[in-house]
Ligand binder design. Sequence first.
Ligand code: ZN
Length: 294
Amino acid sequence: MRFGQYRTHDAEEPWSGVRTDDGVVDLATAGEAAGVDVPRRTVDLLADWEWRRKAELAVEYAVETGVGVRDPADLTRAAPVTDPQKVVCVGLNYRDHAEEGDHDVPDEPVLFSKFPTAVTGPGSTVSWDPEFTEQVDYEAELVAVVGEEARRVDSEDALDHVAGFTVGNDVSARDIQHGDGQWVRGKSLDTFAPIGPDLVTTDEVGDPHDLDIWAEVNGRRLQESSTAELIFGIDELVSVCSRAFTLKPGDLIFTGTPPGVGVYREPPVLLEEGDSVTVGVEGLGELTNDCAFD
Ligand code: ZN
């Protein structure tokens, strides 16, 4: 199943929806009519141990009756998960990227984080003050979305705690990231964590370690690799995180980026007002955001 989040107008809190041939099913509305309590936001839905079954029932009911089916033309997309408790990121996790930079392959994943307020959705604007940062960069990433809470899980059981996957752009202010000596500020500007378009459940993704991944700026392809190049797989990352801290439903894990980011290119490609950035992962879709100064 592919869960998106949508708004009917600007001020509305985003709600969880599933696209069908008839339109977008508003899960909470269809669920209520079907006698099933479905939380409005995906982050709350994932905390319900019956979330898959409840979503299926709501969709079945909506398709049969038309209740809760919305015309996509009336809707704006939001991030598939909003207000996660954590956004965990992994540095240097592609073999080809490590080789390109002549780095040793790390023995343990290097974790850092973006603050959840950075999360934004497909089609929204990534914006920054050009006097605050002059080196804004893109990073195409496969993002794992946590389902069932995970604490001290082994890697064999780790994928049971992943609800699904989405595409993310780990937008980075390189001058701040490198100037600060640690990364959280340069990685956490508002709008610097676009994700989407959908949360695609694990059963629809197949092998998450064999997916093409790419990034394009203004239509020019600048990153192209495969998640087969991941040094630490999703199972290992979930397990390693869960040994240190509890992963909660809706938490996001940005799993690292392949070679080709802008700052290390010759000449560098840094994002400017008016640029359009598209990141994509095979089977998950593409996420496009325009850039603007604010
Ligand atoms: Zn990254």
